[in-house]
Structure formats: structure tokens, C-alpha cells
Design a protein around this ligand. Structure first.
Ligand code: PXP
Length: 267
């Protein structure tokens, strides 16, 4: 049963368990706008509805090719968001400079390739030439600006070791492999759990995202070591049929219920 408590929608009796932050990625509201190079729908308007329906934060990815979110969206969101803004970015100097100026609550570094449909993998942090000076410099610049920093990575332990050495606050574990394998995703879920535990041991906060849907989010949301989910495409898609407020409230309810139902991450 849903309870509306001011800004948040909570499930009854969530048992005092650590809450999971739900950040809603509104990129694909801008995708619809950009399909016509029009002024609607406005991702900032969507963001306000998400917050009112219980999102703990708003995520946007300012891509180098500006295919959906544009610079002025980030400016408006930085001024408007009442929860927190999580800006996803690669290491393009102009975007790093924008982040340093606007100082969102959090910046999440992601890899970016022009030809990809969406962010396909995590950051390459291991192997020859990695993590590379562009990322190291961008981390230093945004850390100096006082921004909480996260790195989008595959759930791979050596990669997490490098992330910890880079001095960031958090890693966002790529849930694409889990989502792709779902519902036969036991192995991928175990990898996410192992990675989240490893991150915590290294002193990193564990976030997760990519490809999470109303159907597959429950098991990931139940992992107590993970404290933040970033979900976009599934929520925006559902919102076309039920509206943004209901779409966010339904995801919020599933995530909250998972925290209550499944103490499966205990040893
Ligand atoms: N997290 C990161 C780092 C992403 O790049 C994306 C996709 O933009 C997401 C989460 C959200 O993924 P989805 O749209 O599949 O929910």
C-alpha cells in the first residue's frame, strides 16, 4: 500500500531498514523533445514531477553530441532541483568546466562513444594506459570544486581497486549484464553483490544502474550494500502511459518494498 508523506511515497512499515536512494534519469524526456528540435517536453518540468513523486535525486547525462540533454537544461536543473542533481559526464573539457562551474551535488563519470545508442560499458580503469590522464585530471578538477564523485564501472573487483585509488566517493555498478540476463540472472546478481561488498570494504559507496526496469529492479534494490539506483528509460517509458508521477511512485514502491522483503545480502 502506498502512503503519500509529503514529497515521498513510501510503502507501509519499511522496518527501519536503510533506505535506497532512487535517482530518476530524465534524459529521454529530452530525447522526445530533440526528435522535433522543439521546446517540449521539458526535462526540467519532468524533474519537478519526479521529485514530487518521491525521487531522491535527478540524473542527467550531458553527452558530447548533445543528443538529448543540452547545456541550458543542466543550468536550469542546477538552479531548480530541490533534491540533488547527479550529472553524468565523460571527460570533454567543456563539460568538465561546466560541472565545475555549476557544482551539482554529484558527478558520475561515464565512458562515451559517439556511435553508441546508450552508455554501453563501464569506464576502462585497468590495463595499459588506463585510467588515462584525462580522467585523472577531470577527477582532480571536480574534487577541487567540492563535488561528490562517482565512477560508472562494470562489477569487476580489480576495476574497483583502481577506482578507490583514484580517490572518488562512489562507484556506480553497471547493471546492464544483469538486466540482459534477467530472469536467469543469478550469476550476474552475485557479481553485483560481490562488487558492492568489495566497494564498501574499500570505503566506496556503491550505486547501481543501467537497464533496470519495473520487472527486474527488485533483486538489485534488495542488496543492502547498494545505496543508490539510477533509473531512466523504464520510468520515462512507463510515464508515457501512466504519467510521470505515477511512474515514479510505482518504482519508488517497488524499491522500498525490496528493502523490506529481502534481507538476502546478510552473510
Ligand atoms: N546510470 C548510468 C551511468 C547511465 O549512463 C544510464 C543511462 O544513461 C543509467 C544509469 C540509466 O539507464 P537506463 O536508462 O537504462 O535506466
Amino acid at each position: 500500500m502506498l502512503e503519500f508523506t509529503g514529497r515521498n511515497v513510501r510503502t507501509r512499515g519499511n522496518g527501519g531498514k536503510r533506505a535506497m536512494r532512487l535517482y530518476v534519469n530524465v534524459d529521454h524526456v529530452a530525447t522526445v523533445r530533440q526528435a522535433r528540435r522543439a521546446t517540449e517536453p521539458d526535462p526540467a518540468e519532468a524533474a519537478a514531477l519526479c521529485e514530487a513523486a518521491g525521487a531522491d535525486g535527478i540524473t542527467v547525462h550531458l553527452r558530447e553530441d548533445r543528443r538529448h540533454i543540452r547545456d541550458d537544461d543542466v543550468h536550469r536543473l542546477a538552479a531548480q532541483v530541490r533534491t540533488v542533481l547527479n550529472l553524468e559526464l565523460a571527460t570533454a573539457p567543456d563539460i568538465v568546466a561546466l560541472a565545475a562551474r555549476l557544482r551539482p551535488h554529484q558527478a558520475t563519470f561515464v565512458p562515451e562513444r559517439r556511435e553508441e545508442i546508450t552508455t554501453e560499458g563501464g569506464l576502462q580503469l585497468t590495463g595499459p594506459g588506463s585510467p588515462g590522464p584525462a580522467l585523472v585530471d577531470a577527477i582532480a578538477r571536480l574534487r577541487d570544486a567540492g563535488i561528490r564523485l562517482s565512477l560508472f564501472v562494470t562489477p569487476d573487483l580489480p576495476t574497483l581497486d583502481v577506482a578507490a585509488r583514484l580517490g572518488v566517493d562512489a562507484v556506480e555498478l553497471h547493471t546492464g549484464a544483469y538486466a540482459h540476463a534477467f530472469p536467469q540472472a543469478g550469476r550476474q546478481l552475485a557479481q553485483l553483490l560481490e562488487a558492492a561488498r568489495h566497494a564498501r570494504r574499500l570505503g566506496l559507496a556503491a550505486h547501481a544502474g543501467h537497464g533496470l526496469t519495473y520487472a527486474n529492479v527488485h533483486a538489485v534494490a534488495a542488496l543492502a550494500e547498494i545505496e543508490e539506483l539510477n533509473i531512466g528509460h523504464s520510468i520515462v517509458s512507463h510515464a508515457l502511459f501512466v504519467g510521470m508521477s505515477v511512474a515514479v511512485a510505482e518504482m519508488r514502491a517497488i524499491v522500498n518494498a525490496a528493502r523490506v522483503d529481502q534481507p538476502q545480502t546478510r552473510p
